[in-house]
Design a protein around this ligand. Structure first.
Ligand SMILES: *Cc1c(COP(=O)(O)O)cnc(C)c1O
Length: 387
């Protein structure tokens, strides 16, 4: 018998009552955003494959070639024997791409953030975190045991006051570069000047800007002209626009060396398979040289944003690939997603705790693999269900 205090049946029923139970669907086949899901064709606006690279032939070939050479598993932590030639070459290329002296490749963005924050600050230090930061930054802050200050979303005045009032030995500001559920861009230049003023470090999570924003897709920091700021610790993930898996941190050589010495999620986890690192290397080449993909997804984004403006839902002021439609309550949000699914469209409903109470939404995300006709199909379906 499960102890009464652990009655999971009742706890699940409470999730159901609040429309908060999450489910998974089985994707049987995919061709870009065109999926076979539980035997049905669905056009997806759910992925973060912003550049449409997850099925790119050059990436698949690179992974296959590396699998032939290194096998499919790295067999140990990078600090034991898991750091193979593709990982080493990838780190050098990532550092050069984002214009920093050194980079370190992690197994995932979640692992990177949960390892990075505690590597940079601890007891006696203070960390300042934007209220809309991604869950894994929040977890990293908690694990660090540094004094945590959550400042109102992109409120520079409030952040400045808290930095000024802090007597902590080390101060770290952490922020998403592109907020994952809203699509807006953090004011990195202004954040850096506050950090300058208060002798703090700025750690930026560019999960949604890397590959998409900035010259050649070098990311949000490059887009805002601050990529080489010495106070910036840059982190980005490689499972979204890069179409593969993993994440990296880039910064001053000794900062990155320190992270390698201290980040427990780097030290105590088996290295990512070399075939994935090889795929990321191939992805970087496409990201840097295939400007057409960024142009195309930017055109789709403008078309969608303009088209959605005529619909009855509140739209957030985003010009990134993330275009949220705010519905409000959980149940109507789920109903809207279900109505779209009946029309063959997959748009995820995002509910609390991922977003604040009362701001449940459809998170529409675009990919270079979408066509203009795909976007028009979504707009037509939204217009149909709104009447
Ligand atoms: C997706 C995401 C992560 C997690 O990255 P994974 O590689 O999927 O673990 C981290 N930060 C942000 C802002 C994200 O959107």
């Amino acid at each position: 018998m499960v102890p009464v205090s652990h009655d999971h049946t009742a706890r699940l029923a409470a999730l159901d009552a609040a429309s908060l139970r999450r489910t998974r669907r089985v994707v049987d086949a995919k061709d870009g955003p065109h999926l076979q899901v539980d035997g049905r064709a669905l056009l997806s606006f759910a992925s973060n494959d912003y550049l449409g690279l997850s099925q790119h032939p050059a990436l698949i070939a690179a992974a296959q070639e590396a699998a032939g050479r290194y096998g499919v598993g790295a067999t140990s932590s990078p600090l034991v024997c898991g750091h193979e030639a593709p990982h080493d070459a990838l780190e050098a290329e990532l550092a050069a791409f984002v214009g920093r002296p050194r980079a370190l490749y992690f197994g995932s963005g979640y692992l990177a953030n949960v390892g990075l924050v505690p590597a940079l600050v601890g007891r006696g230090d203070a960390v300042f975190s934007d209220a809309l930061n991604h869950a894994c930054l929040i977890d990293g802050v908690r694990l660090s045991r540094a004094e945590a200050h959550v400042y109102p979303h992109v409120d520079l005045a409030a952040l400045g006051e808290r930095l000024a009032a802090s007597t902590a030995q080390r101060k770290l500001v952490v922020t998403d570069a592109v907020f994952s559920m809203d699509g807006n861009i953090a004011p990195l230049r202004e954040l850096l000047s506050l950090c300058e003023q208060h002798d703090a470090l700025l750690m930026v999570d560019d999960a949604h800007g890397f590959g998409v924003l900035g010259p050649q897709g070098r990311g949000t920091a490059a887009h805002l002209g601050v990529a080489d700021a010495p106070r910036l610790v840059y982190m980005a993930t490689l499972g979204k626009a890069a179409g593969c898996a993993g994440a990296f941190v880039a910064g001053e050589a000794d900062t990155v060396e320190w992270v390698m010495q201290r980040a427990r999620t780097y030290i105590f986890a088996t290295a990512t398979p070399a075939m994935v690192a090889a795929a990321v290397r191939a992805s970087l080449k496409v990201i840097a040289h295939d400007e057409g993909r960024r142009d195309h997804v930017a055109a789709l984004t403008r078309r969608l944003h303009t088209g959605m403006a005529g619909l009855p839902w509140r739209l957030l002021p985003s010009d990134t690939c993330i275009q949220p439609l705010i519905v409000g309550e959980n149940q109507p949000t789920l109903e809207l997603a279900a109505a779209l699914r009946e029309r063959g469209l997959w748009v995820p409903a995002i509910r609390p705790p991922t977003v604040p109470e009362g701001t449940a939404r459809l998170r529409v995300s675009l990919s270079a693999a979408h066509s203009h006709a795909d976007v028009d199909r979504l707009l037509q379906a939204l217009a149909d269900v709104s009447t």
